[in-house]
Design a protein around this ligand. Structure first.
Ligand SMILES: Nc1ncnc2c1ncn2[C@@H]1O[C@H](COP(=O)(O)OP(=O)(O)OP(=O)(O)O)[C@@H](O)[C@H]1O
Length: 515
């Protein structure tokens, strides 16, 4: 017999394949899919619980999740299947009846849960810290921010890995045959193997193999497609050039002349008049461990005024700002809004009064522009959908984005994203608005538009504290300028005094470097 004939007889005996085909389809394929789908579904439930436990701040919650994962990921699948399937057979018979099938599903789920938990945990932890900060700055509690933004984003990122896990479960389902399945419960491998014994060749098993490939290979391509999509993002349908944006902004915001000089009489202001709160910071100390970042910082800002905070990198400007909405907790001193200490109120309630815009925008990438603005109105303030939509549309129109409401952040330029972030904070009608170097991540041609918008906001009535490196902006727009260095306020006063007649050597040196 030639080699060709040996191979053909062993693997490609069409008669044996035809004989097993109906059973393969009706019993084997059905059971394999059932085992894989059920164990993936249960594995997702177990995995989600493990992931949430795994990122907990409490070691008592983290440790059991860790131990579970180490055990079920470390044991060979067949050991777990036999231990569960045979060890719990007595209980299984009482609960599920004589079939070992449910225990097979349970064992596969427990194994899958350990892997899926790690996938989810990595996905959730890969979400940028700024996303949760943005949620908190909008007044969401930690669990709400996790549930609405961080976990869905993490899960979306790990979709390819989840599909891979499903492929793994399809293959692992073949191990359940060790439990001794009834004829009607056999999956692809067992059907093929039984028929191989009858036919005396491996063709039925070969057919089972083909079925496995027919399921797993297309799924692998689905994984690759999802992966590509996630990496490259959606195609940007309406790319805006910097020039377009400058023109677009000109319609919505007017207030800076060509030299970047603010002309207040032409600055825009939101239609809704806002009520500003008087801010009083008293001898504030803040430390990261032993490292003192703020040392006795005091400043006052009257309601409806703009305070610009300037100073060298690392001087504590952002930390001061983050203390004002308690994203950072001071260790001593006090912060008062309209005379009342904010350190004794609940942080999430305080943040409904204090808006914040970040350097890196921190928009929610899975939501459109209007979705970003509406979210806190709906989920924090509890407004009805129509009302939230109306407010969001108004705020977006005010920042010059009437035509881009349904765009996702990835389809917007940096300047547009920052304006969405401003609209998002404005929508909550803050009494105090914090801007943390909001133009530092923007291309130079887009900076002016955002500064222009902020100059207009200064007329809205809310109190603004702006950390900025834009000296021209501070000079023209601020009611007072605060110069910080090494965690202290070195000088504070009206812009004419700070820029025109700096007293300290440190401020003089700083200004000579900046201007
Ligand atoms: N989470 C943190 N843990 C430890 N140290 C931190 C943390 N955040 C900031 N710091 C340190 O605190 C100091 C002040 O940082 P901060 O960001 O407030 O300065 P900044 O004046 O805003 O600087 P920049 O202009 O570069 O943003 C820096 O030395 C910084 O390294």
């Amino acid at each position: 017999m030639s080699w060709f004939e040996i191979i053909q007889r062993s693997f490609f005996d069409w008669d044996s394949m035809a004989a097993v085909l109906p059973n393969m389809l009706m019993v084997g394929l059905k059971n394999t899919l059932l085992l894989a789908v059920a164990s993936t579904f249960l594995g997702i439930v177990i995995g989600m619980i493990l992931a949430v436990m795994g990122i907990s701040r409490s070691i008592w919650i983290r440790t059991p999740a860790r131990v579970y994962t180490d055990i079920f990921r470390g044991l060979p699948a067949i050991v777990t299947i036999l231990l569960i399937g045979q060890g719990l057979a007595g209980i299984g018979r009482q609960v599920f009846g004589p079939s070992p099938y449910p225990l097979g599903i349970l064992a596969l789920s427990l194994i899958a849960g350990a892997y899926i938990g790690e996938i989810f945990r990595a996905g959730i932890q890969s979400v940028e810290r700024g996303q949760l900060e943005a949620c908190r700055a909008l007044g969401m509690t930690y669990p709400k921010g996790m549930r609405l933004i961080v976990i869905p984003q993490g899960v979306r990122r790990v979709l390819p890995a989840l599909v891979n896990q499903f492929i793994g479960n399809i293959k692992d389902s073949s191990l359940v045959y060790f439990l001794g399945l009834l004829a009607s419960e056999r999956e692809l491998f067992r059907v093929g193997q039984d028929q191989a014994v009858v036919s005396g060749n491996l063709s039925p098993l070969m057919l089972a193999g083909i079925f496995y490939l027919l399921i797993t290979v297309p799924l692998t391509h689905v994984v690759n497609a999802i992966d590509r999509q996630l990496r490259t993002g959606r195609k940007i349908s309406t790319v805006t050039s910097g020039l377009d944006e400058v023109k677009e902004l000109a319609d919505a915001t007017r207030g800076l002349d060509e030299a970047g000089t603010v002309m207040p009489e032409r600055a825009i202001s939101p239609s809704a008049k806002l009520k500003g709160a008087a801010l009083d910071v008293v001898a504030l100390d803040m430390a990261y461990g032993d490292f003192k970042v703020l040392r006795g910082v005091s400043l006052k800002a009257e309601a409806g005024t703009i305070t610009c905070v300037i100073g060298p990198s690392g001087s504590g400007k952002s930390t001061l700002l983050r203390c004002l909405n308690r994203l950072a907790e001071p260790v001593a001193g006090d912060i008062r809004l309209d005379g009342k200490s904010i350190l004794r109120t609940r942080a999430d309630l305080l943040r409904r009064r204090v808006g914040m815009v970040f350097q890196q925008f921190n928009l929610f990438p899975d939501h459109t522009a209007i979705g970003n603005v509406q979210l806190a109105l709906r989920k924090v303030q509890g407004l009805p959908a129509a009302e939230a939509k109306r407010i969001a549309e108004e705020r977006l129109a005010e920042v010059g984005l009437a035509g881009r409401m349904s765009h996702r952040p990835i389809d917007l330029s940096g300047g547009q994203q920052q304006r969405v972030a401003i609209a998002r904070a404005l929508a909550l009608k803050p009494e105090l608005m914090l801007f943390d170097e909001v133009t530092s991540a923007l291309d130079p041609e887009l900076v002016k538009g955002v500064l222009n918008l902020m100059a207009g906001l200064g007329k809205s009535g809310m109190t603004m504290v702006v950390v900025t490196h834009e000296m021209n902006f501070a000079r023209r727009v601020a009611d007072q300028v605060v110069f910080m260095d090494e965690g202290k306020v070195v000088e504070a006063g009206p812009p004419e005094a700070i820029f025109g007649n700096p007293q300290s050597l440190r401020l003089q040196r700083f200004l000579s470097e900046m201007l």
